[in-house]
Design a protein around this ligand. Sequence first.
Ligand SMILES: Cc1cc2nc3c(=O)[nH]c(=O)nc-3n(C[C@H](O)[C@H](O)[C@H](O)COP(=O)(O)O)c2cc1C
Length: 169
Amino acid sequence: MTDSVPEHAALLDDFRKAMRHVAATVYAVTTRHEGRSYGILATAVSSLSFDPPSLLVCINRSASLHAPLLAEGRFCVNVLGLGNRDVAEHFMTPSAADRFTVGDWELADGVPVLASAQSSLLCQLVHAHDFGTHSIFIGELTAAKHRQDATPLTYFDRQYIDISEAPGR
Ligand SMILES: Cc1cc2nc3c(=O)[nH]c(=O)nc-3n(C[C@H](O)[C@H](O)[C@H](O)COP(=O)(O)O)c2cc1C
């Protein structure tokens, strides 16, 4: 039992390494609550069901977005395209207050939507489940917009890559 802590650390390290090499589409998950916009960059997003059309997002409970999203019950999953890299980089600035100063943000049903995003998926929160450090938020789709010509911004090995250059595409 004395080596359980190092074993756990090694397991975490292996997990991080494994996930680093999973290519992931980058999303800006947003909400607006009491007159203020909130958003974080996320990759833990997945479509869930087509009946009803729904998706899930996994949000750290310590993130600035978490409480406002839970309180407001509405959010937008902005699927970022290659042309939105400036928005992705700006979202990683420490201050949550000025995240919406870069990008063509507009309000749709009172929620921040990035007009130039590859897709915008507006959701009504229908379920929240806490696990570990995160909450899994399930949203039912209320509106969606998609640009046919887009290439997703992809995160791989701690950097953004252009999947249109991936072999075999
Ligand atoms: C590529 C990338 C993917 C991320 N994916 C998630 C995610 O799926 N869920 C999440 O809660 N945080 C994710 N984060 C971290 C958040 O973007 C954010 O930095 C963190 O929650 C702190 O946000 P805050 O400053 O608004 O509190 C990701 C960060 C990066 C760079």
